[in-house]
Write a protein of this length. Structure first.
Lengths: 298, 312
């Protein structure tokens, strides 16, 4: 089932075009990483999906228009915009009471049991909690809501390594199932590489790459080329080349593996490496879209 | 407002949607949330009442002498003299609540954007309309109700205190005989209701500014009116706007009561003149309905702006 569908989504702030006719389709039961440089339109796209900003074009989230039906949509959609948005004056117990009072799909006992694993005290005010604890609290709230779409915009920004690891572990183990959809944006791509099922790169308000993680792993190959084979390797048209410790690391899109054998050490690239390669390829004016995983595109 | 309470059966359950829905009361909880965040809503009137009681207690030793003086006056002025501290207590608590309402409204939709918590509130299934209406509910319903309750308790305490002080001199009965306390309470209740309705556009305007301004909400709320008034005065040498504004701030009593005109020099306190309720005059005054329409327009504007505006 389709969770999010967008056609020709546009949004401009004055002369700055944030979304430039973005097309997007996200199916239910996926964990999508939306990756892009600063100012690429990620937050604008998420804000449009969450009904926080008006837009031009067509957008349906769980069958609803988010701008018109935000309050209805929020029964089925949860989001963590960033770690610091819980109201600082509120007590933990008040947050629990309030969300119980307004959210029809919130299971308070579930939230309490998540909180029982932390050191968060019910009587504490949010301003007294550490940044990591605020993130734990927000995650406990969100995981106790039986939502169908969860949007996480830089959810782990500024958290230490332990909290970050724990954050994604709880999300996968205690929350995710195939009726739910999760969208994550982050600059810490390495920590979500193993979490994602789908990957999307966004730049200049357009999707410049879209593939599932299975496609990602079969299509992209990185070879650490031995200097002797460099010319041969370059003849195979890598999409990107970089140098590390005197070795050339070439990134190929759908190469024939046999030809690469013997040129050097073969491995799957990291999302970050592919990201750098794709951003270098895409023309700065935008609109350059790599033809990948084409069956998902309209 | 409460039509937004969503009972499980009222929700359209799509096939794959989980069916565990619990009943919710978004409006009720939004109002409670306001009281959690803004403790000044009840603390400030309580403190004002405390100050009044303290002042009254400190001067209680003079009460027998003042009462003897008052009893020597002619009827109207005698009643005025005896009523005076009770009226002053009510006025002070009402004034405090009014000031609290002003600053509450200025911050209500601005504070949540400043501290980014608006992103949390908007992640919950509570509409912008419910949110804005729960905020205007505070100055229009919560504060008048609290003012009434706190004033009644304060005046009762003053009554008991004065009875205790006057008992040895045998004057205790005069308070009970001469102070029309139940009638004062009725005036208070009626006055609170009429002034809340009369002042609604003020609070609506403040909420609109609060939902729109990026900083300095107080200045944005006040300066444009002063500027336009000044221009009006300079350009046309009229004071229409400023008189309208003052009328909106203070005219609630005039609109709601028949104001008895005593002869010049009678020095009758304003509350004593408000002897007769006049709901018909109030309900038929165009000022009330124009004000309510303007308040509704301001609130609709605030709801729309709340929908568009993100964190600062």
């Amino acid at each position: 089932m389709t969770c999010i569908e967008a056609h020709g989504l546009r949004k401009a702030f004055g002369t700055t075009v944030a979304l430039d006719g973005l097309n997007l389709k996200v199916n239910e039961g996926r964990i999508l990483g939306l990756i892009g440089p600063n100012g690429a339109g990620k937050s604008t796209a998420l804000n449009a999906i969450l009904g926080l900003t008006p837009f031009e074009g067509e957008l349906r989230v769980l069958g609803r228009n988010p701008w018109i039906e935000r309050d209805q949509l929020m029964r089925d959609v949860c989001f963590i915009a960033d770690v610091a948005v819980l109201p600082r004056w509120m007590r933990v117990s008040q947050v629990l009471e309030y969300v119980t009072g307004v959210h029809p799909r919130f299971d308070r006992s579930k939230a309490e049991s998540f909180l029982a694993r932390t050191e968060i005290k019910r009587a504490s005010k949010i301003r007294q909690l550490s940044k990591g604890m605020v993130a734990q609290l927000h995650l406990a709230l969100v995981m106790a809501i039986d939502a169908r779409l969860l949007v996480l915009d830089e959810p782990t920004l500024g958290l230490d390594l332990l909290y970050r690891k724990q954050f994604y572990d709880s999300l996968l183990n205690d929350y995710f199932d195939h009726n739910r959809t999760i969208i994550v944006t982050t600059h810490q791509v390495e920590e979500i590489q193993d979490v994602l099922t789908d990957l999307m790169f966004i730049n200049h308000g357009r999707i410049v790459l879209e593939c599932s993680m299975e496609q990602f792993e079969t299509r992209y190959v990185e070879v650490m080329v031995h200097p002797d084979h460099l010319t041969a390797a370059e003849a195979l048209k890598p999409i990107h080349a970089r140098h590390m410790f005197g070795r050339s690391i070439l990134l190929f899109d759908s190469p024939s593996r046999e030809e690469l054998e013997g040129l050097g050490e073969i491995r799957t690239p990291s999302i970050a490496d592919l990201f750098v390669a794709v951003m270098a390829l895409a023309p700065q004016t935008g609109g350059g879209k790599l033809e990948l995983g084409g069956e998902r595109r309209n | 407002m409460n039509t937004e309470s969503n009972l499980a059966e009222a929700v359209d359950a799509r096939p794959s949607a989980p069916l565990t829905l619990s009943a919710t009361w978004p409006f009720y909880w939004s109002v409670r949330r306001e009281l959690w965040e803004n403790r000044s809503i009840y603390m400030a009137p309580l403190i004002a009442a405390g100050v009044v009681l303290f002042g009254f207690g400190m001067t209680a030793f003079r009460l027998p002498k003042l009462r003897l003086n008052a009893l020597a006056l002619e009827a109207t002025r005698r009643r005025a003299a005896i009523e005076m501290p009770y009226d002053a207590a009510a006025m002070m608590i009402m004034f405090t609540a009014f000031i609290v309402g002003i600053f509450y409204c200025l911050d209500a939709l601005y504070g949540e954007r400043r501290d980014r918590s608006v992103l949390f509130w908007k992640s919950l299934p509570v509409s912008d309309r419910t949110t804005v209406l729960s905020k205007v509910f505070v100055p229009l319903v919560i504060l008048p109700t609290l003012t009434f309750a706190i004033t009644i308790v304060t005046q009762l305490s003053m009554l008991l205190l004065s009875t205790a002080v006057l008992l040895p001199s045998g004057l205790a009965g005069t308070t009970w005989n001469l102070l029309p306390w139940p009638r004062l309470s009725m005036i208070l209740l009626y006055g609170l209701v009429t002034s809340a309705l009369w002042e609604a556009p003020i609070f609506g305007w403040l909420l609109l500014v609060s939902s729109w301004a990026k900083r300095a909400t107080f200045l944005w709320a006040v300066l444009p009116w002063l500027a336009i008034s000044a221009i009006e005065k300079l350009a046309f040498d009229t004071t229409f706007l400023i008189r309208m504004l003052v009328g909106r701030l203070t005219g609630g009593f005039d609109a709601g009561f028949i104001v008895v005109n005593y002869p010049e020099g009678a020095h009758v306190p304003v509350v004593c003149r408000l002897t007769q309720f006049d709901p018909l005059k109030f309900l038929s005054s165009p000022g009330l309905w124009i004000g309510l329409l303007v308040a509704a327009a301001f609130l609709i504007g605030a709801i729309r702006l709340r929908r568009c505006r993100g964190p600062l």
